[in-house]
Design a protein around this ligand. Structure first.
Ligand SMILES: [Zn+2]
Ligand SMILES: [Zn+2]
Length: 138
């Protein structure tokens, strides 16, 4: 399945051509600050991801472990990349519908905001999801 997406102003767009990881919502403080709420993302192999307008993309090094890509023109948060990996996380708010994806997993729930609830029938992890029994990719 081919999926497409873009930032709000359209300067940065992308296309994915391979399988994507199951969605996760990250409720950590960094994701909440950067996105204005919590972060819902999937992962694509870098070899399956084509980014157009990369000149408009700014990568903010939020920590020594990862960087966050956003459009320098309109500010849309779009990507997250763990250093030294060959995959990129894509924020679902930037993806065009239909995505064919469903959110049912939440991570870093210990850091979530106090103004919303996580549905009871979703998987939730206090920190990361290394103990998630499900296979990482479908
Ligand atoms: Zn933009
Ligand atoms: Zn996070």
């Amino acid at each position: 399945m081919i999926r497409t997406g873009s930032c709000l102003c359209g300067a940065v767009s992308y296309r994915t051509t391979g399988p994507l990881r199951d969605l996760a919502a990250c409720h950590c403080g960094q994701c909440r600050k950067q996105s204005g709420h919590f972060y819902v993302a999937t992962d694509s192999a870098d070899s399956d991801l084509e980014i157009e307008g990369g000149d408009a993309l700014t990568w903010y090094e939020a920590s020594s472990e990862a960087k966050r890509g956003f459009c320098s023109n309109c500010g849309s948060a779009m990507f997250w990349k763990s250093n030294g990996t060959d995959k990129t996380s894509i924020l679902l708010g930037s993806m065009d519908s239909p995505t064919g994806l469903t959110l049912d997993r939440h991570i870093f729930v210990d850091d979530k905001g106090d103004y919303y609830a996580i549905p009871d029938d979703h998987l939730s992890f206090p920190q990361d999801d290394h103990d998630d029994p499900r296979p990482p990719r479908k």
